[in-house]
Write a protein that binds this ligand. Sequence first.
Ligand code: HGY
Ligand code: MN
Ligand code: MN
Length: 419
Amino acid sequence: MSVPAVDLTVCPDRLESDLGALAQLVETDHPGWTRTALGPVDREARELVRRWMADVGLETSVDGAGNLFGRLRGTGSGGHSLMVGSHTDSVIGGGRFDGIVGVVGALEAVRVLRESGRQLEHDLVVVDFFNEEPNEFGLSCVGSRAMVGELTGDHLGLRDDQGRTLADALEGVGIDPAGALGAGYDFSGVDTFLELHIEQGPYLEAQGSQVGLVESITGISRFRALFTGQADHAGTAPMDRRRDAGCAAAGTVLAVERIAAEGDHTKGTSGQVTFTPAAVNVVTAHAEFRGEFRGPEGEWLRHAQERLTAAAGEEGHRRGVDVEVDWLPLQEPAPMSDPVLATLTEVVDGLGLTSSRLFSGAEHDAAVLARRVPTGMLFVPSRDGRSHCPEEWTDLADVTAGVTALTQALIALDRRGKP
Ligand code: HGY
Ligand code: MN
Ligand code: MN
């Protein structure tokens, strides 16, 4: 069954202008488009978004965790709302669309609703979540975790490679750590959360689909691995008497790849590798790196943790290197709401858009919100499936189709109430 589209028109030029304006606010010491949440430019970009929210008639507010909200009052008196949004921070060397499309798209949906004279019964709450991308402390979705009450003191005590804590870093960008811990959102009146996002993979393009209907979002298990060996002279220390922390780390990086390659729809990635001392003629005394596994099954992720921890221990044992693997709490896979997915499907069909259902290998704030609210996600295609790199691109026509679907979905969900 399809939902007849309400006559309203999304404006591609406004979308292009907003995407372009945010693309200007980047850290210039990296390739691509970098706007890290704890970096120097994120606050300026979010202040611009707050001004845009006010310009389209939203009541703006910022919670204790840095999440930015814009509320459009509905006609209903029941205190019910629809929440819609995404994030505007990026990875280092990232692109111009990841997260940003969902925030800019939500703002355009508000403009179009107001221009059409339509008033929703629900309040409409637009959110620009703080710090969605994994930060230098290894933690992602900081703002949305705080909203659902899952940001903890342990999280705030996480340290970066220089030993600074996340609490210190939050204070550095004007966020009081205690306020962040207390930034739980009252979801009792929130009937649905919707997020529009780029796919960041090759599936929609391969299918020739304009829109993706997300069925579930990947689980993630992240860790930090520390290796302690012994510095020695590269030219005189016999190969069979070294305690080379770098080789133990390198063997463990390959174990991440090997374990992930054996699963179905599973991924494994390592990064942020540090060898100390940074000297080619010294046997590495200390090494560390961060890694993660992803997959659709929580059980596989737990088993991958056990296997990787054992593999790291083995790589250390045979070299006389001490090993510590610190795991962040596992992020379970997040199924999307079936009733919301059904509504999204009917809306997309009513618009005559081609669509495919798919699993999201990328994580999103929607995975966190889904633990509290019936949640749905719409994707738009990524050219060549690329993302988290300067080549990240989505055609304006696809962004426009996605925002049109988002807007029509909000109207349909408003009519339907709590799924
Ligand atoms: O890592 C991710 O999948 C997301 O872009 N934070
Ligand atoms: Mn991302
Ligand atoms: Mn994202």
